[in-house]
Structures are given as structure tokens and as C-alpha cells.
Design a protein around this ligand. Structure first.
Ligand code: GLN
Ligand code: ZN
Length: 762
């Protein structure tokens, strides 16, 4: 029973990679130093995994920025604009310019697009394909890492390089030219894959892992047939090497027929996401005489494995196919969990005893093997721990269920049309009202003050005074610019989830639970370990202070229940919807408290609503049932003339508009700048009934939008949605921009709105 891993976190135990990359980008260390940091992290990871008992050790799971971008470099998929930068002298700078853009001398090349990796909060760089895309081995990274690992292990049979499989790689990209489909590039790409695999084989490799997570999506017939075609060819041309096909993030039952007659050595499945696929897959592997890798330790969440449950699955599989044909692994790459529980100092031991990060998860595989071999002690210790956890749930859910099942707790008192009339009278805003999404630039000074307060270096009183100064300042600025609905700027928040988790029972932050989000950016998701409830007011103090400083309307800022849930590690001892409803109820209490304090415009941000969407369409309905209900619980308690806003910052709405409309927010603000309002067409065709603030400037870029271009965008919007429903705002919050950019951009935005008003009146 071989134990193996699908990928280990690469940021380093103390986020060394982040620090090294950022220092390299700002010219504070040289390339050699950066390379050395990479080597050190890889070596540490390998040694650790080996000493934790893994039988196969993977390579090429390390990355300086993103493993999809690594694939693009390996396959020579590099847009010309980057290759043309003549002052770039090495692969590293080329690689980083693709990831981050390049601005120097006469060069000003944008970064490549980035998007979410399936349903996780990891982001990858989207490969760009031309119609006649050529593929060739460009980067030697994988071969170099292989040599390093070979040298370390002295046993090549234990080395398992990982590649993203050809079908998933093509699927993840986008066409740069019109009139072709990237999947038709299959005959161009396969020879390069074959060459790479054979080169690895010639270096003595026995195993290779090809990741094809798209097997857990709804695949079109075309993709299915090309999958079969490609893998037949691969196995034919790469004989003598054992392909482990890795699938994860959902089950593959629906696509299992695709694998028929394909010569692979092993298939990996994610049993954490879908246990129901097991029988079908066992049946398949028996017939095709291949090895089954059981993804049994949760690669996306941090709870300790329930050994009793796992052992039942493992034993059942062994019984069907024999121990030699079973492999053990985490469900997916451990990229999505923090590195080591031992780095946590402040988490209560009760919780600490219940969690496993990457390092501990590798040990869990070892434990499971020992149990299979007869170790009863490990099993019984784990059994009692699990029992203790399960006994912990309270009657709180009953209460939440009771109140959240009441219709009147789920619906606004009146329909939107009626509310809109009342709100128009109450707020008396001009047409094309202007507002922002909430945050304003987070300067070094603000960060340092928050840090000092956290480390008890300034008193609470002084901290409050300081934040209040920032609020007064941002209110004055917004009044000067002439915005209609003001915000308080979110200066007290490091992060929109962490801030709230700190103010809720049942959630704890971690000290060092960093997870890579993209490139050098890491996030620290809090842990939802118990029943969530509001400790007390969470935002009222800041909001009422802001309100007292202006005669204009202040928009209260809250993070929605689905986003809090999605960007945390969620307890797994009850269904997620129950946790979602608990959070929703806490947010509802805050909404009502804001309303009571005279804040009559309240935004509930749900930027993660789409990310939580299941990979398979058949599961969407269930997801939306609870996620929309959670939003309703949060938002529906207010009066008709209290205005609920929500915000979502991505641009794929077409297939979920029906559900977005069901949320029934009075106003939704969205990201539309980059698509030049094209996205609004979907809202128009759908006759989306409520108010919309389509983003009129891209906050991800330092560029200042001109009055003219914003005005044109507004004009475009008026052709698609009724004027009375249009708001004017940026794409998203302004926290990552600097003040100079923000001031100029917002001034142009309000000028454009004024111009639009004038033009409409005439
Ligand atoms: N209100 C948040 C902000 O302005 C929203 C952030 C987001 O959409 N991710 O920063
Ligand atoms: Zn946003």
C-alpha cells in the first residue's frame, strides 16, 4: 500500500518564499539568493515527507509563483509580448513579468489574467493560446528538481514528478485569437507532453502523476472523446512509465467511461468530496486491473482524520482489489492547508487537538497504514477524540432552525418595486448616484497602527482616536469629491473575514495558518470550530461615528455569511448550511443594530458566493438553496426604506443570474469595467429588476480612468438598464490603491456622473 502526496505547500514554514520573492522584485536580493531560498524549501519539504513515511516523494509541486504558469513555461506557451521584452535576461524575470506585468523604460506590458483554481481560493495564471500555438520544452525546472530529489533520495523509483495533464491544461487556458477552440490544439500539445515524459523516463523515473481534475466536472462529449484519444496516445508513446492519473475536488462517476481501455497504472480519486463514487470506481479498477489511490485525508480542510471511518473505506477497498493495488493519499494537493499545527501558539488546546495541517496530514497516512497493519492503540485514541467532538454540538442549531424557517424571517416585508419608491423618497438621491465599495487606501501608517494595537503597543483609547482621524479624513475627502453615498473606509479591518471572525463566538484566527492565495499573496483563514454567534456590536461604533461627521448618507459595511464561511476552515461535524445559518443570524443582528443606530444603507458583501458554487451543475440548486437563504436571513429583517446593497467582484454572472435576482438586494454592485459593460447585457436580457452599480473603473490597475471613458460607459449602461436603477461606482474596494490614484479616479468618476445627469435631463 504505497503512501504518496499530491503536493505540499511551497510558501515555506515561515513564508520564506513570499519574503524572498518580494525582496527580489524590489531588487533587495539577487536572483541567486532567491533560487537558494527555493532550493531550501524544496529540500525541507522532501526530507520532512520522507521522514514522515511517504513511499513516493513528489517533485515539481514547488513553484515560485504558480504551478499553472510553470506548466506554460515548460510547454513554451509564452505570449510574444513578453518574449519581445529585450531587456529581460533570464527565465525568472520572464516568468515574473507574465505573472505581474512589466513596467520599465519604454516597456509597459500588463500581467496575464488570473482566475480561481476550481472551487478554491487559489488563483492561477490563465494560459493564452494562439490559433497556431506551437509547443516546445522551454523551461528545465522539472528536470532540475528531479535531479535535486534524485540526489537526495538516492532511489529514483520513489520519485514521482507531477504535471498538469494535457486536457486540464488546455481547458484552463483561453483562446487569444478568434475562430478556434483550444481543445483542438491537442495534436500540437501531445508531442511535447510525450517528449517531456520520455525525457523523465530516461532519467530513470518509474512513476509520473498527471493531474486531470477536469474529470470531476460536467464534461462535454467533445472533451470526453478527446480525453480518450489523448491518453491512448500518451500511453502508447510513453511505454515503460507508470501514469498515475489524479482527479480531485469532486467525484468522477459520470466520467468513468472515458477511462475505459486507457492504459494507466493508477487512478486517484477524492473521497472527501465524494464517497459515493467508490463502488463505481472499484468496479472499474477491477475490470481494468489498475491501482486505486484513495484520497482519504482532507486536503482542503484542517480537521483531524476520522480513522475509524477511513479504515472502513480502506478495508473495503483492500477486500475488493487487494492490498497491493491500493494507494493512500490526501484528497488533493495540500497546497490549500497551512503547514504545521506546531506553529500555532494561541489556539486553545481543545481546538489544537482537533486539527491537522499539511505536516500532520502526512503523518495521518502513516497512522492509517499502521492501523491496517493491526495497531489498535492509534485507532482507539482517535476514536475517543472523534467521539468527544461529536458530543459537542449543542441545541443552538434548533433555535436557529426554528427562527430561520419562519417565512417572515426570510423575506423583506414588501416587494422591491414598493421598497424602491419608499427608498427614493427617503434618500432623495440624484439619478446616477455615486458611491464606492467600502475600503479606501490602506497606507503603511494605518497598518502600523493596527499592528501596534494588536501587539498592545498603543492603548485602545489612542487606537480608536487614530482610526477616527482616518474616518474623518476620508469623509471630508468624499464630500469634497462630491460622492453621494459615503463609506467609513474600513481602516479598522486587516481583512474582511478576519475582522468579523474576531467578533464572533465559535471562530478563532490562527497565528501562522498561512495559505497561498496567488503568487506571494497568502491568506490566513480563521477556523470555525463551534456554534457561531455575535458577541456584541461589531461595526456600530465606527459607523455611528462616521455618521456623526456628515450630513450625507453613510453606507454600513458587512461581510456576508457565505463569504465568511467560504474564506474560513469550516467545522465538519455538522452540515455547512447549518453553520451558514448561524453566521447569517449573527449578521442579521448586526444589520438590525445598524438600522437602529440610524444607518439606513447597509452593504452585505458576498464576493465569495460564486466561488462556493459546486463544480457539477446538478449540485447547484442545493447550494443556492442554502446560500440564498443565508443571505435572506442576514438581510431581510429591515424596514422597507432601509436599503440593502450587496457586492460581488467577478464577471461571470450569465449562468447564475436567476439566483442573483433571488437574493433580492436593493442594489448590487459588480465588476464590469474590464468587459466594457458587456456583462450588463446579461442583466438586461434577464430584465434584472433591482438596482445595479456596474463598476466604471478597474481598481486592479494603477491607471486613472478619464472622464470621457467613464461617461461613455455610463451611456452604454443606460442603453441596457433603466436609468432609475443605475448606480455609479468603482469595480471593487480601493484598499490596494494609493491615494493619488484614488483621488484622481474618483474625481473623474463624479464628473462623469454629473455630465451624464446633465445629458439625460437635456
Ligand atoms: N467592502 C470590501 C472592500 O471594499 C469588499 C472587498 C471585496 O469585494 N473583496 O474592500
Ligand atoms: Zn469586490
Amino acid at each position: 500500500m504505497l503512501k504518496h502526496n499530491l503536493g505540499y505547500p511551497r510558501i515555506g514554514n515561515k513564508r520564506e518564499l513570499k519574503k524572498a520573492c518580494e525582496s527580489y522584485w524590489t531588487n533587495n536580493i539577487d536572483l541567486n539568493t532567491l533560487i537558494k531560498v527555493g532550493e531550501k524549501i524544496r529540500k525541507e519539504n522532501w526530507i520532512l515527507q520522507k521522514s514522515s513515511g511517504l513511499d513516493l516523494i513528489q517533485c515539481n509541486d514547488f513553484s515560485f509563483y504558480d504551478h499553472v504558469l510553470d506548466m506554460s513555461l515548460l510547454l513554451g506557451v509564452i505570449p510574444d509580448s513578453y518574449l519581445e521584452i529585450s531587456i529581460i535576461k533570464n527565465h525568472f524575470d520572464l516568468y515574473f513579468s507574465m505573472a505581474r506585468g512589466f513596467q520599465k523604460n519604454e516597456w509597459d506590458i500588463k500581467a496575464m489574467e488570473m482566475t480561481k483554481w476550481f472551487n478554491t481560493n487559489y488563483h492561477y495564471i490563465v494560459p493564452e493560446f494562439k490559433k497556431d500555438q506551437k509547443f516546445y520544452i522551454y523551461s528545465n525546472k522539472i528536470f532540475n528538481e528531479l535531479e535535486e530529489l534524485k540526489f537526495l533520495l538516492k532511489d529514483i523509483e520513489k520519485v514521482k514528478p507531477i504535471l498538469i495533464g494535457p486536457i486540464t491544461y488546455l481547458f484552463l487556458g483561453k483562446e487569444k485569437d478568434k475562430f478556434f477552440n483550444r481543445i483542438d490544439l491537442i495534436d500540437n500539445i501531445l508531442p511535447t507532453y510525450i517528449e517531456i515524459i520520455n525525457k523523465l523516463k530516461n532519467r530513470g523515473i518509474y512513476w509520473i502523476q498527471l493531474d486531470e481534475p477536469i474529470l470531476s466536472l460536467d464534461l462535454s462529449e467533445k472533451y470526453k472523446s478527446i480525453f480518450q484519444y489523448a491518453y491512448n496516445k500518451l500511453s502508447e508513446k510513453c511505454s515503460g512509465i507508470s501514469i498515475l492519473l489524479a482527479t480531485y475536488f469532486d467525484g468522477i462517476s459520470e466520467n468513468i467511461s472515458v477511462l475505459k481501455n486507457i492504459k494507466i497504472k493508477a487512478i486517484h480519486i477524492d473521497l472527501v468530496e465524494d464517497i459515493n463514487q467508490l463502488d463505481i470506481v472499484i468496479d472499474f479498477v477491477i475490470k481494468s486491473d489498475i491501482t486505486l489511490s484513495l484520497g482519504i485525508v482532507d486536503g482542503k480542510n484542517i480537521w483531524k482524520n476520522d480513522y475509524y471511518k477511513s479504515i472502513k473505506i480502506i478495508e473495503k477497498t483492500i477486500k475488493s482489489i487487494g492490498e497491493d493495488n491500493v494507494m493512500l493519499a490526501p484528497s488533493c494537493s495540500l497546497l490549500h492547508v497551512p503547514i504545521d499545527v506546531e506553529n500555532e501558539i494561541n489556539i486553545h488546546t481543545d481546538i489544537k487537538n482537533r486539527i491537522a495541517f499539511a505536516k500532520q496530514k502526512i503523518n495521518e497516512l502513516n497512522d492509517l497504514e499502521k492501523i491496517v497493519k493491526g495497531n489498535k492503540k492509534i485507532l482507539s485514541e482517535n476514536y475517543f477524540l472523534m467521539k468527544k467532538i461529536k458530543n459537542k454540538s449543542s441545541s443552538y442549531n434548533e433555535k436557529i432552525k426554528e427562527i430561520s424557517d419562519k417565512k417572515e424571517n426570510l423575506k423583506r416585508k414588501n416587494v422591491f418595486k414598493y421598497r424602491q419608491e419608499k427608498q427614493k423618497i427617503k434618500f432623495n438621491l440624484p439619478i446616477f448616484p455615486t458611491t464606492t465599495i467600502g475600503s479606501f487606501p490602506q497606507t503603511k501608517e494605518i497598518r502600523s497602527i493596527r499592528n501596534k494595537f494588536r501587539n498592545k503597543k498603543i492603548s485602545k483609547k489612542n487606537y480608536i482616536k487614530k482610526i477616527q482621524e482616518f474616518i474623518v479624513n476620508v469623509i471630508n475627502i468624499q464630500e469634497d469629491i462630491g460622492l453621494d453615498v459615503l463609506v467609513h473606509g474600513e481602516f479598522e479591518r486587516t481583512d474582511m473575514v478576519e475582522y468579523f471572525s474576531d467578533k464572533l463566538n465559535g471562530i478563532v484566527p490562527t497565528d501562522n495558518g498561512w495559505v497561498q492565495s496567488y503568487g506571494s499573496r497568502c491568506v490566513r483563514p480563521p477556523i470555525i470550530y463551534g456554534d457561531v454567534s455575535r458577541k456584541g456590536d461589531m461595526t456600530i461604533e465606527w459607523m455611528t461615528f462616521a455618521k456623526s461627521k456628515t450630513n450625507k448618507f453613510i453606507k454600513g459595511m458587512l461581510t456576508g455569511p457565505v463569504t465568511i464561511l467560504q474564506w474560513s476552515f469550516v467545522r465538519n461535524d455538522q452540515p455547512v448550511h447549518e453553520t451558514a445559518f448561524q453566521i447569517a443570524w449573527a449578521i442579521r443582528e448586526e444589520v438590525l443594530s445598524l438600522e437602529n443606530s440610524g444607518i439606513r444603507i447597509i452593504q452585505i458583501d458576498e464576493p465569495a458566493l460564486r466561488e462556493g458554487l459546486p463544480l457539477k451543475k446538478k449540485n447547484w440548486k442545493k447550494y443556492f438553496n442554502w446560500s440564498i437563504k443565508a443571505f435572506h436571513i442576514s438581510s431581510s429583517g429591515v424596514k422597507d426604506d432601509t436599503q440593502i446593497h450587496t457586492h460581488m467582484c467577478y464577471s461571470q454572472f450569465n449562468d447564475i443570474l436567476k439566483y442573483i435576482a433571488d437574493l433580492d438586494a436593493d442594489v448590487i454592485t459588480i465588476e464590469t469595467y474590464r468587459s466594457g459593460m458587456d456583462l450588463l447585457k446579461a442583466f438586461s436580457e434577464f430584465s434584472y429588476p433591482n438596482e445595479i452599480g456596474p463598476g466604471v473603473y478597474d481598481i486592479h490597475s494603477p491607471r486613472i480612468p478619464t472622464v470621457k471613458e467613464i461617461f461613455e460607459l455610463i451611456k452604454k449602461a443606460t442603453l441596457l438598464i433603466p436609468i432609475k436603477n443605475i448606480w455609479i461606482n468603482p469595480d471593487c474596494g480601493l484598499k490596494t490603491r494609493n491615494w493619488d490614484e484614488v483621488l484622481k479616479s474618483l474625481k473623474n468618476m463624479t464628473k462623469a456622473a454629473k455630465l451624464a445627469r446633465k445629458n439625460t435631463y437635456n
